[in-house]
Ligand binder design. Structure first.
Ligand code: ADE
Length: 368
């Protein structure tokens, strides 16, 4: 979907973004995936340059070098894969890269490129050095992925003319461009596709200090006064994810406006999060339910992910991509060859007593 040009930018900085896909599990405040109501604020909060972008310092420094080198050579950026859980800024970085290169970003997603013809349409539309951003690149069909290879390698694409016995293939040259792919896990990509990226950037969850800076920056953009301790309370509950931090900030600013004078102090931040049932570790009711199921129904585990998904009434992918990454990263649950286990931290967090090993409790297996 073409978006109008932003005033004050050169025509080459125009951004073309696709419509967003729905999230799997609905309306959690702490969900990392983009929700339709985030759209407007994502645009307000989104940093537009590497200087503005908070966090991921090591990668940012490398990206600065790659952009500068590509600009000096008047070449496109090398193909880049952005990898990490939802909400950490993959789309934002793609936008920034295009902007820093002074080119147009064409954004699409793996599932949206339904056949080779759609890919050919996208590729032949690219101007020199443009960025093609493919979100969820692991979801390209095998046929589309294969026809992407020559485009990435030698800026050309094979197009079938006609069909049946008279079909022939023509090789169409493309403008040199840069592919920026995004995926939640590199393990989901085929080896041939992975090997074609010049730089793989794994985005990590953000530490609290960086989220504090993001919350304060967003509060400034919202024109809302926020106390330092209040931004810490929000940052601590944001699950290492800027999108969650910004969403929490919006909700807390609603409470501040209606219950107070509009400014956010520590008390209003804590009360708002309590009302939203987001605890101090940033866990919501769904996270606590997942841990409770492992503990109460499966005696602490191990329990297979399929069984857990059935008990949560959620698809397996949602368990693996949405709930688990943060719980695993924070050490609330563990993965063993026989399934998921609840750790001591989960028992303590839920105020439950962990059975003594060997005292009747099943062995928990070895962590991976
Ligand atoms: N808003 C969302 N993510 C951000 C980031 N990494 N830096 C600054 N502002 C942001």
């Amino acid at each position: 979907m073409a978006k109008p040009k932003t005033p004050g930018r050169s025509p080459r900085e125009r951004t073309e973004m696709p419509s967003q896909t729905a999230s799997a599990e609905g309306s959690r405040v702490v969900e990392g995936s983009r929700r339709p109501d985030d759209e407007r604020f994502d645009r307000l909060f989104r940093p537009t340059s590497l200087d503005d972008y908070i966090g991921q310092e090591k990668h940012k420094q490398n990206l600065r070098v790659f952009v500068e080198a590509a600009r000096r050579r008047n070449e496109p950026l090398d193909h880049i894969l952005l990898c990490g859980p939802p909400g950490l800024g993959k789309t934002t970085l793609a936008l920034i890269l295009a902007r820093e290169m002074g080119v147009t970003l064409h954004a699409t997603s793996g599932p949206a490129i339904e056949h080779k013809g759609a890919l050919a349409g996208l590729l032949t539309n690219l101007q020199q050095r443009d960025v093609l951003f493919v979100d969820e690149i692991h979801r390209l069909t095998a046929a589309v992925e294969e026809s992407l290879y020559p485009a990435i390698e030698s800026y050309s694409i094979d197009i079938m003319m006609g069909d049946g016995p008279h079909a022939s293939t023509i090789n169409l040259p493309l403008q040199p461009f840069s592919l920026v792919g995004a995926t939640t896990r590199t393990g989901l990509l085929t080896a041939p596709l992975l090997s074609r990226f010049g730089y793989v950037m794994r985005l990590d969850f953000y530490p609290v200090e960086e989220l504090v800076r993001i919350v304060q920056r967003s509060a400034r953009l919202l024109d809302v006064a926020i106390a330092e301790e209040a931004s810490v309370e929000i940052a601590q509950r944001a699950r290492g994810t800027p999108r969650v931090a910004n969403r929490l900030l919006r909700r807390v600013s609603d409470f501040a406006l209606v219950l107070g004078d509009g400014s956010i102090d520590r008390d209003i931040a804590v009360e708002s999060c309590d009302r939203l049932e987001i605890d101090q570790a940033g866990l919501d009711e769904m996270d606590r339910r997942l841990m409770s199921i492992i503990i109460d129904t499966y005696e602490g585990g191990p329990v297979g992910v399929e069984t857990l998904a059935a008990a949560m009434a959620e698809p397996r992918d949602t368990i693996e991509d949405v709930y688990e990454p943060y719980l695993l990263q924070q050490g609330f649950i563990g993965r063993t060859p026989r399934g998921r286990i609840a750790t001591r931290k989960a028992y303590e967090h839920l105020g439950k007593t962990m059975p003594v090993q060997g005292g009747g409790a099943p062995p928990q297996g070895t962590l991976f």
